[in-house]
Ligand binder design. Structure first.
Ligand code: HEC
Ligand code: HEC
Length: 190
């Protein structure tokens, strides 16, 4: 009897205390309810975000990985991806158009994972929206000692845009210079 009365009192006290706290912070019960709701809403939207990011990555690999490697998003800044995605009908001389919903989901994925100011891939880059990774000063510096006969004039490579010809693990985002092998020339050090 006494016990349950105590418990009831305890509950009442907690309620009073929280009511007081709420009053002090100028919040009504209905505002608290909506905070709790928006917490749930937040968890849901985080879950949705995760799912759409995963979907974005899958769509990106599927739709943009057919003609060439699905280049890592972190190799170009957000504004580059946004520019590129808004003009897919004229994509380096090709038509790479996609339905609008897919453009949106892929663009979102690319922008989310894009290079950020200060990242080493953007070092010394002066263009606001470079569309080619292969024209970034960082890229050029990493590759400027490789003779053209191993690249452009190499039928198994064809050009620097064909990353995975030399970086065999490029699809997993691995560009480590210790794991480069140039077709017909093998492992080279420059
Ligand atoms: C129909 C074929 C095709 C499709 C599909 C395609 N691309 Fe391309 N992409 C090209 C060609 C061709 C080039 C130029 C390659 C070259 O110069 O050797 C290119 C170049 C690029 C480059 C610059 C590479 C460099 O040289 O640094 C990026 C980045 C790129 N594409 C992103 C995308 C994205 C994102 C998508 C999906 C929305 C996409 N591509 C879909 C054909 C395609
Ligand atoms: C012709 C072969 C070839 C192609 C094609 C090529 N690379 Fe490379 N890449 C190399 C070599 C070789 C090195 C190492 C250079 C050295 O020894 O300093 C390298 C180095 C790099 C590095 C620096 C790695 C490190 O450990 O610091 C990055 C990043 C890179 N490449 C990205 C790319 C990307 C992205 C593409 C496509 C857009 C690409 N590469 C295309 C041959 C190539």
């Amino acid at each position: 009897m006494i016990k349950s009365a105590n418990i009831r009192w305890g509950v009442g006290f907690v309620m009073l205390a929280s009511a007081l706290t709420l009053t002090l912070f100028g919040m009504s019960q209905s505002q608290v309810a909506s905070v709790n709701e928006s917490h749930d809403e937040h968890e849901h939207s985080k879950h949705r975000e995760y799912r759409s990011d995963k979907q974005g990555r899958m769509d990106y690999q599927q739709e943009c990985g057919g003609c060439h490697l699905a280049y890592p998003a972190r190799m170009l800044p957000a504004v580059s991806w946004a520019t590129m995605m808004s003009n897919l009908s004229d994509h380096f001389g090709e038509n790479a158009e996609l339905p609008a919903p897919q453009v949106a989901i892929i663009a979102r994925y690319l922008v989310t994972h894009s290079a950020q100011p200060g990242d080493r891939v953007l070092r010394r880059s002066t263009q606001t929206a470079p569309l080619r990774i292969t024209e970034l000063p960082y890229f050029i510096r990493q590759h400027d000692e490789i003779p053209m006969r191993m690249v452009k004039d190499n039928p198994e490579v064809g050009g620097f845009s064909n990353c995975n010809a030399c970086h065999q693990n490029a699809a997993t985002g691995d560009f480590d210079e210790d794991r480069v092998s140039i077709p017909g020339y093998g492992r080279q050090h420059f």
